[in-house]
Design a protein around this ligand. Structure first.
Ligand SMILES: [Zn+2]
Ligand SMILES: [Zn+2]
Length: 152
């Protein structure tokens, strides 16, 4: 069976996925796609302050692969800031380890285990909630991956 690229593990889905410079029309902007694994590299090192070696382990990739990933991600963010682009987060060969839900009624955003399926908001008890992993086309694939993973 051919394996083009090993899936990278992402802690949780991004909550915000679309960004643009203020006061510029969307139509006139080039789009940069930041893949979800690139987003995760930024989140682990630049947001959570993790060492490259530890971040590579979290994502289940080699350290050299991680270094290439973070460099590429930073270049895209720099281009976004300096050149003024439309930035969209999505894609990448990934699975999520954990999930995030958003309540459409009270706007509460909360984390949940990937294994659990949540049907109601813990704050307002509304059933109008969005499962962010499924917005990226994930869910069952991640659960299967987590079940099969050997590290307990
Ligand atoms: Zn709610
Ligand atoms: Zn998945």
């Amino acid at each position: 069976m051919p394996r083009p690229q090993k899936d990278r593990i992402v802690g949780q889905p991004p909550v915000y996925t679309e960004f643009k410079p203020a006061g510029v029309r969307r139509k006139s902007l080039d789009t940069i796609i930041l893949s979800i694994d690139e987003y995760e590299a930024i989140r682990l090192t630049d947001y959570l302050n993790m060492e490259h070696a530890q971040a590579a382990e979290e994502m289940e990739i080699s350290r050299p692969t991680f270094t290439r990933l973070i460099e590429q991600a930073r270049l895209k963010l720099a281009q976004f800031l300096i050149e003024g682009k439309y930035l969209s987060i999505g894609g990448g060969n990934i699975h999520f380890r954990g999930n995030i839900y958003k309540c459409l009624n009270c706007s509460h955003v909360f984390e949940a285990d990937m294994e659990k399926v949540i049907t109601h908001c813990p704050i307002c008890n509304s059933d109008q909630i969005t499962d962010l992993a499924s917005e990226f086309g994930h869910g069952n694939c991640c659960r299967e991956r987590n079940d099969n993973s050997t590290d307990e």
